[in-house]
Structures are given as structure tokens and as C-alpha cells.
Design a protein around this ligand. Structure first.
Ligand SMILES: NC(=O)c1ccc[n+]([C@@H]2O[C@H](COP(=O)([O-])OP(=O)(O)OC[C@H]3O[C@@H](n4cnc5c(N)ncnc54)[C@H](O)[C@@H]3O)[C@@H](O)[C@H]2O)c1
Length: 254
């Protein structure tokens, strides 16, 4: 975890989607250790509950887990209402949840495509739409969307995911244009390969990690906490003049 402290996060409501594991869990922890009132949404019930319980024993405010499927827009809206009722206006939203399922070009169906966009793209818009009214009442806020460098690398194994992650950049810029006059900043982060438990279970091997690290300038495999500092920075007053930007955090691949 970064050691830098940003006093502006103290007692502020922060919402993270997909905060139950991986990068999202590290971001939840990062904001909680800044003294923020952190809530997170995840579909993973056990992991979410365990993370919230563990962090709540160590942080200034209890960390609040909300079980919801982000493909369900009504569930997003009611969860956001619950978070605001409990913690006050949301000042920081991190749209982190995604599903980097591999899929063969010839096998993709309409149903698969729509579900993939629902889990990787659609909720980024609708969670933002649900949160923005409370940012307006608070006088401003910061939204950070999680994209990926993967869509820039001509990787053939996940066309729907790559399309969604490219769209996150466009959505970020459009929302930044619309919400900037209301003092709401919208930026996105493009991580490179980040070694998480799920990535290790599903896609990564020691050999593939070594090969990816070889492509980086920095010869270390990135862990989830590598994304926390850039995320805190973009949400903080240090980045008050930054909006509509894409921050690449990949150890120097691109
Ligand atoms: N790990 C990497 O190498 C990497 C690289 C580039 C970009 N990213 C991006 O960073 C973000 C986090 O990646 P990660 O590797 O930690 O992912 P992850 O799969 O470990 O975590 C994603 C979280 O989202 C949750 N989630 C998935 N579908 C959901 C749904 N329908 N409703 C609610 N929650 C749901 C999962 O339960 C999980 O806790 C993602 O946006 C991903 O695209 C990751």
C-alpha cells in the first residue's frame, strides 16, 4: 500500500465496484486506510464479506460490502441509494469491475456479446449516472474507470472484452466533457499485466508472467497494490486539474 496520505479523503464516501478481489480489493483497502468511508459492490458474497470484516477491524470507518450483480441496473440504483443513505454523498467512484473471459472469435453469439458488454462496459455508465446526483450536491467528485492496455495490443483472445475496454476510454472522455462544468472529474487507468489470485488460477503461469515482465521496462511483476497509488492520486486534490485522461500503469510496456 502507498504510504502517502491525502487528508481530503478523511470521512469522505468512496464507492468501488468489483471490490471483492484483485485490484478492486486493493483499491478498497487503499481508500479505507486513508480514513475514507468505503463501500464496495461485488457479486462474490464470501470474498466480499470476508474483506469487509477484515478491513473494518483495522480502519477508521467500517468498510461496507454490498452484494449486487452489476448487470442489473435496478440493483445498481438501489445499492447506490443505500450507500448514500449510510455514508453521505459519494465523492469518489471507482468503476473497477470487469470479467476478462476469453472467447473464440468464431464462437461469439449475440447473447454472449451482450452479456460481455453488460459486465465490462454498461455498468460503468449506469453506476456513474446513479452516483453523479450526490456528487452534484457535494459540489463535485472524481470518477475513475478501469480500462486496460489489452485493447491496444492486438490480442486475439477476447474481442468483446477488448472492445469494452476501448469503449471505457471513450466513455471517460465523454463523461468528462459533460460533467466537468459541475466539478466532476472523470479519468481512467489502463493497467498492464497485474498478477491477481484469479489471474493465476485462470490464465497466468510462471512462464507467461516472465514473458510479460520481459516486455516491461521495469522488470517486476505488478501486484494489485501497484494500481492503488495512481488511483488515489487521480481521486485526490493533487489531480484537481486533470480530467478526461488515461493513465497507463503497466511497468512500461506501451
Ligand atoms: N489483472 C490484470 O492483469 C488487469 C489488466 C488490465 C486491466 N485490468 C482491469 O482491472 C480491473 C480489475 O481487474 P482484476 O484482475 O482485479 O479483476 P478480478 O476479476 O480479479 O476482479 C473483478 C471483480 O469484479 C467482480 N465482478 C465481476 N462481475 C461482476 C458483476 N456482474 N457484478 C458485480 N461484481 C462483479 C468480481 O467478483 C471481482 O471481485 C478490471 O476492470 C480489469 O479489466 C486488470
Amino acid at each position: 500500500m502507498p504510504t502517502a496520505q491525502f487528508p481530503e479523503f478523511k470521512d469522505r464516501a468512496v464507492l468501488v465496484t468489483g471490490g471483492g478481489s484483485g485490484i478492486g480489493a486493493a483499491i478498497v483497502e487503499g481508500f479505507a486506510r486513508q480514513g475514507a468511508k468505503v463501500s464496495f459492490i461485488d457479486i462474490a458474497e464470501t470474498a466480499g464479506r470476508e474483506l469487509a470484516e477484515r478491513l473494518s477491524r483495522e480502519t477508521a470507518h467500517p468498510v461496507s460490502f454490498h452484494h449486487a450483480d452489476l448487470r442489473d441496473i435496478e440493483a445498481i440504483r438501489s445499492t447506490v441509494d443505500t450507500v448514500i443513505a449510510r455514508s453521505g454523498p459519494i465523492r469518489v467512484l471507482v468503476n473497477n469491475a470487469a470479467w476478462d473471459d476469453r472467447h473464440e472469435f468464431d464462437a461469439v453469439t449475440e447473447v454472449y456479446w451482450d452479456n460481455n458488454q453488460a459486465v465490462n462496459l454498461r455498468h460503468v455508465f449506469f453506476t456513474s449516472q446513479a452516483v453523479v446526483p450526490s456528487m452534484r450536491t457535494a459540489g463535485g467528485g472524481a470518477i475513475i474507470n478501469m480500462s486496460s492496455i489489452a485493447f491496444k495490443l492486438n490480442m486475439g483472445g477476447f474481442p468483446a472484452y477488448a472492445a469494452a475496454k476501448a469503449a471505457v476510454v471513450g466513455l471517460t472522455k465523454s463523461m468528462a466533457g459533460r460533467l466537468g462544468p459541475e466539478n466532476i472529474r472523470v479519468n481512467c487507468i489502463l493497467p498492464g499485466m497485474v498478477v491477481t489470485e484469479r489471474q493465476m488460477q485462470l490464465w497466468l503461469t510462471e512462464e507467461s508472467i516472465a514473458s510479460s515482465v520481459e516486455d516491461q521496462c521495469l522488470k517486476v511483476a505488478l501486484k494489485p497494490d501497484a494500481i492503488v497509488g495512481p488511483c488515489l492520486f487521480l481521486a485526490s486534490d493533487c489531480a484537481a486539474a486533470m480530467t478526461a485522461q488515461s493513465l497507463i500503469v503497466d511497468g512500461g510496456v506501451l
